[in-house]
Ligand binder design. Structure first.
Ligand SMILES: C[S@@+](CC[C@H](N)C(=O)[O-])C[C@H]1O[C@@H](n2cnc3c(N)ncnc32)[C@H](O)[C@@H]1O
Length: 371
């Protein structure tokens, strides 16, 4: 059932206002973002809006690679197949599975190759997407499972496409040379307003200059990497998302940060408007994720652009004979000015699973040294 905007926005705003009052008048942005995206039944990822799709007329807000073309998941499946067999594991874990499109593509391709895993487990904060995933994955019903929380120990190949960018971030802003944390307060009319407080928090790299500068830090994304490291005993993880290494992230010229909202295939930079009705995201600092994972015991086994990764995995070969439409979608995945360069792939593995094989997606053009 489609979401009526008022049925979400009004009660969610009341919930946010209550949280602000309870917190003494000021909420750090990551707590606001958690409510806006994940508050049960109301947050953007917890309500019934369409979210993923090609066009505004289907009620969708943005398109992700698996929604563009099945060639994405079929190509990724080659890396998954290699990683499963190299690490001697038999399960795929997908975080934030969206409509289930990627799971469908990966399972279809692995089944055709005779390498279907024993289990494909979906971990999603968004319970509202589960029915959609179940319908999309009916052909693989026996293999697909859902969990709300991770087990203490897991093994297999972990996938996360555009999951890190949906994790709440803290906002830091340097104003007249002084660092502040940007949070959310109530204005005189009871609406939401930005409010900055001096802070000892800093970006992980010093940002040269003394010009005003807005940016994000990613404690939740980094905690996610540590949790993965603690729990993944055997196997590998592939995290795909838009972002950069930290030297690019905290470049002095990136003075407005990367926070963005998406609604009806349009983007804007004001998350305080239409709360619960639009996606809120920030780019990923891949250095931060890699360091957190490494400190907690995972090795970085590859880092490159999505375009390079897909070419290394044989996208062109798989696309041989594709029709004009599929070719156009494939170009979007590869082109530098679309998803090919901004999107990256980071591969991690526990030390014991990292030895004795080289992941094929990073065979040429690995950029781990740039993290
Ligand atoms: C931008 S959507 C991407 C959906 C899908 N992977 C795709 O590519 O179409 C982000 C998804 O990540 C989920 N998510 C965010 N944080 C998560 C976490 N810590 N564990 C599991 N899922 C999470 C959200 O609920 C949402 O479904």
């Amino acid at each position: 059932m489609a979401t009526e905007p008022e049925s979400v926005a009004i009660p969610l705003l009341a919930r946010v206002a209550q949280a602000i009052e309870r917190a003494g008048g000021w909420l750090p942005f990551d707590r606001f973002m958690t409510l806006a995206l994940y508050e049960p039944g109301l947050g953007y990822y917890a309500n019934n809006s369409a979210k993923f799709g090609h066009l505004p007329r289907d009620g969708s807000d943005f398109v992700t690679a698996p929604e563009l073309t099945p060639l994405f998941g079929h190509t990724l499946a080659r890396q998954v197949a290699q990683a499963l067999s190299a690490t001697g594991t038999d399960e795929v874990w997908e975080f934030g599975a969206g409509s289930g499109a990627l799971a469908r593509q990966v399972l279809d391709a692995l089944t055709v190759q005779g390498q279907a895993p024993a289990r494909y487990t979906i971990v999603d904060l968004s319970g509202s997407l589960r029915e959609r995933q179940r319908a999309n994955l009916a052909a693989h019903a026996g293999r697909v499972h859902w969990v709300d929380a991770l087990p203490e120990r897991m093994s297999g190949v972990v996938l996360g496409n555009e999951v890190l960018d949906a994790m709440p971030v803290q906002l830091l802003v340097r104003l007249a040379g002084v660092w502040h944390e940007r949070g959310v307060a109530l204005d005189h009319a009871g609406g939401l307003a930005w409010s900055d407080r001096a802070t000892a928090l800093r970006p992980p790299l010093e940002v040269p200059g003394d010009h005003d500068y807005l940016t994000e830090i990613h404690p939740q994304g980094e905690a996610f990497a540590r949790t993965l490291a603690d729990r993944l005993e055997r196997g590998a993880a592939l995290l795909l998302d838009y972002g950069f290494p930290e030297a690019e992230y905290y470049h002095p010229q990136r003075a407005m940060g990367t926070l963005m909202c998406h609604r009806g295939h349009r983007s804007d930079s004001n998350p305080l408007v239409d709360v619960g009705l639009k996606d809120i995201t920030a780019h990923v600092n891949f250095t931060g994720v890699a360091l957190a994972a490494q400190d907690a015991g995972l090795d970085v086994i590859g880092y490159t652009s999505q375009g390079r990764f897909l070419l290394n995995c044989g996208l062109l070969e798989l696309a041989h004979g594709a029709d004009v439409r599929q070719n156009a979608m494939m170009q979007k995945l590869l082109n530098e000015h679309e998803m090919g360069e901004l999107f990256k792939v980071l591969a991690l593995a526990p030390a014991a699973s990292a030895e004795g094989w080289a992941p094929l997606g990073f065979a040429a053009g690995d950029r781990s040294h740039r993290l």
